[in-house]
Design a binder for this molecule. Structure first.
Ligand SMILES: [Zn+2]
Length: 338
């Protein structure tokens, strides 16, 4: 990890992970993850903003958390190393439920864990990249005070209302889902194929379902209340609502690439979410949060999403002047009384 990341981490009040203290496996895992993130950022930067630099690294913490920042003109992304390890261990536990993965060829378990983990890691990383790329961290900045966009805990920078913050979280999720589709569906197949799903719902159904499952675990691990959030108490939209909105981006990406029909993609994503919820609840000895998921996918979720989209109308012009490059999602015309 470079000096620039070290400086940023210090300003964030975090300590950079010292790879020397990790065991061999963890050190390799850390190096591999850093290479993946740097390669992704480089390909994105080379395409859209050559010469730009984003410092990337991991900090020492057991909490599942991450930050994006613009600090003294330096863009940076920091991810809790302990949080990532916790996520990986959940995938290891999940794959142990062989009944659920009876279609996975035996001997492919570790590869499947790595795939699910990579998908989750990329989502987290690209979500943070979205906070930088779409100008969120710049909006947070006031004068020369560094702005730190932490996923959990208070932001450092200009105060933002919960609804503004939730709206930008929705935007970062959409950015991540758009890019994740390329990673998950086109470049790297899942190490097993469920032929029944593929025959019924088209080629790529297994990978799409595994993306939905990986993301569901990721949201669950954040360990926030999964209930619907009508009072706007949280800094993110409720996890099931985020998944509903992400599904929209994944389906749009699938349609753009003719990878699945809208109905098939929707069915597969919902099935992935419900299978993942069952698995997560079983592993952790809790009841599945079926009600919160149903509420997010019903009218309540629809109205909440429209509230965020209305707020986007106000934020988009401000972010448009601050974004690093590219097109921000369009404003949708949604009447106040809808
Ligand atoms: Zn975020």
């Amino acid at each position: 990890m470079d000096d620039r990341f070290e400086r940023v981490c210090k300003a964030a009040g975090k300590k950079v992970v010292n790879a020397e203290y990790l065991n061999d496996d963890d050190r390799l895992q850390l190096e591999r993850t850093l290479q993946q993130f740097e390669a992704f950022a480089k390909s994105y930067i080379d395409l859209a903003l050559p010469g730009h630099h984003i410092a990337i690294g991991f900090y020492d913490s057991l909490q599942v958390n991450a930050f994006a920042t613009t600090c003294d003109g330096q863009d940076a992304i920091g991810i809790s190393w302990g949080g990532l390890q916790k996520l990986r261990s959940e995938f290891v536990r999940a794959i142990d439920y062989r009944d659920q993965f009876a279609w996975l060829p035996s001997g492919k378990e570790l590869e499947a864990v790595d795939w699910l983990f990579d998908c989750a890691k990329y989502f987290i990383f690209i979500h943070e990249l979205g906070h930088i790329w779409h100008g969120h961290t710049s909006l947070l900045q006031t004068g020369r005070v560094p702005a730190f966009w932490f996923e959990t805990g208070p932001l450092k920078g200009r105060p933002l209302s919960k609804i503004d913050r939730q709206t930008m979280e929705m935007d970062a999720d959409g950015f991540a889902a758009d890019n994740l589709f390329d990673f998950g569906l086109e470049y790297r197949p899942f190490p097993g194929i469920n032929s029944q799903w593929e025959q019924t719902h088209g080629t790529g159904a297994t990978r799409l379902l595994m993306i939905a499952m990986s993301l569901h675990f990721t949201f669950r691990i954040f360990n926030k209340p999964i209930d619907f959030d009508p009072q706007e108490q949280q800094v993110h939209p409720s996890p099931p609502l985020r998944q509903r909105m992400i599904a929209g981006s994944l389906i749009a990406a699938a349609l753009r690439r003719n990878a699945a029909s809208e109905d098939d993609a929707m069915y597969i994503i919902l099935r992935g979410i419900s299978e993942a919820e069952w698995l997560y609840a079983t592993i952790n000895g809790i009841s599945p949060a079926t009600e919160a998921i149903t509420a997010a996918w019903g009218n309540e979720g629809h109205l909440y999403q429209r509230k965020l989209l209305r707020r986007w109308r106000v934020l988009r012009p401000q972010l448009d002047a601050l974004k690093r490059s590219g097109e921000l999602p369009a404003i949708q015309d949604i009447p106040e009384d809808d």
